[in-house]
Write a protein that binds this ligand. Structure first.
Ligand code: A3P
Length: 300
């Protein structure tokens, strides 16, 4: 099925999730051609769940012995350029991307739902980190983001129309709830392969969750690193204030479905939805969340 999208392109449903034509094309190419390595790491998110943040954090964890903090690549590169999306970048127009410049072990990102992941990701020991965010915050962030990208001729998308779409599941790689559940279930079944992390918990207890994440990824902090304050160094480097103040992230542009933007940093907090959603909207979001996650153990 097809539906009117959030921007210009319509949304098409495939294996239960919604895509723009261009993203669907990239996803199908990736599904067919990507060959994961055992040592690969894959960050998975739904859009606006903190992908940019975790790209930076995972990059900083994995490659920390290669660079000095003073001359770190994250100071001069946008996280999206250091950790490219499989379907939106590498396989967007290309069946055979050039991986030669990648540092091994490789680090990639994707929004592809679990059901549609390339077979080799499931068949290898490739590790998956899933970052999830409170659906109401992810939605508000998505709404702002889309309105920054919408061409002037279309005018802004109202909050009512946007929440109607989102709650019906009609967002990029939505339904949001099904996307999270797919990875949540997998993280329970195969905790050594899939790590499920919430934006809110990383915000609230950053050092605790950074250590857990590094451990899962296979890059635990040594006693010496702990003494040297490496955990704090990474958190500082990847903080909202630091990343959003860097020249490269202010001026850096990237292509998202054919549109240029620099809108990955807005306010970076928890609970901004209270400033926007009506009580009816809140009730609708909460009911869907309760119904969808009922019995799964996943809560917000
Ligand atoms: P808000 O719009 O709520 O501010 P994504 O990277 O998946 O597109 O998600 C973007 C959201 O993550 C935005 O949320 C953005 O501000 C926030 N974000 C970006 N970098 C961050 C960081 N270093 N720490 C916390 N949040 C960050």
């Amino acid at each position: 099925p097809s539906e009117k999208g959030w921007l210009v392109a319509p949304h098409h449903q495939y294996q239960g999730f919604w895509y723009t034509p261009k993203q669907l094309q990239g996803m199908l190419t990736c599904q067919l051609h990507f060959r994961a390595h055992d040592s690969d790491l894959l960050l998975v998110t739904t859009p606006k769940s903190g992908t940019t943040w975790l790209k930076a954090v995972m990059f900083a964890i994995m490659y920390r012995t290669r660079y000095s903090w003073a001359k770190h690549p994250l100071l001069t590169n946008n996280p999206h350029d250091l950790v490219p999306f499989l379907e939106l970048k590498l396989y967007a127009d290309n069946q055979v991307p050039d991986f030669t410049s990648f540092i091994t072990p490789r680090l990639f990102a994707t929004h592809i739902p679990y059901v549609s992941l390339p077979k080799s990701v499931k068949d290898t020991n490739c590790k998956v980190v899933y970052l999830c965010r409170n659906p109401k915050d992810a939605f508000i962030s998505y709404w702002h983001f889309v309105n920054k990208l919408r061409p002037k001729t279309l005018g802004p998308l109202s909050l009512e129309e946007a929440s109607e779409k989102f709650c019906r599941g009609l967002s990029l790689c939505g339904p949001f709830w099904d996307h999270a559940l797919g990875y949540w279930k997998e993280s329970l079944e195969s905790p050594q392969r899939v790590f499920f992390l919430k934006f809110e918990e990383l915000k609230e207890q950053p050092t605790v969750h950074l250590r857990r994440l590094a451990e899962f990824m296979g890059y635990p902090f040594s006693e010496e690193e702990e003494k040297e304050g490496v955990v704090d160094e990474i958190l500082r480097l990847c903080s909202f204030d630091n990343l959003s103040s860097l020249k490269v992230n202010k001026s850096g542009k990237m292509t998202y479905d054919g549109m240029e933007h620099e809108a990955f940093f807005r306010q970076g907090g928890v609970g901004d939805w209270v400033n926007y959603l009506t009580s009816e909207m809140v009730e609708r979001f909460d009911t869907i969340t309760e119904q969808k996650f009922h019995g799964s153990g996943l809560k917000f």
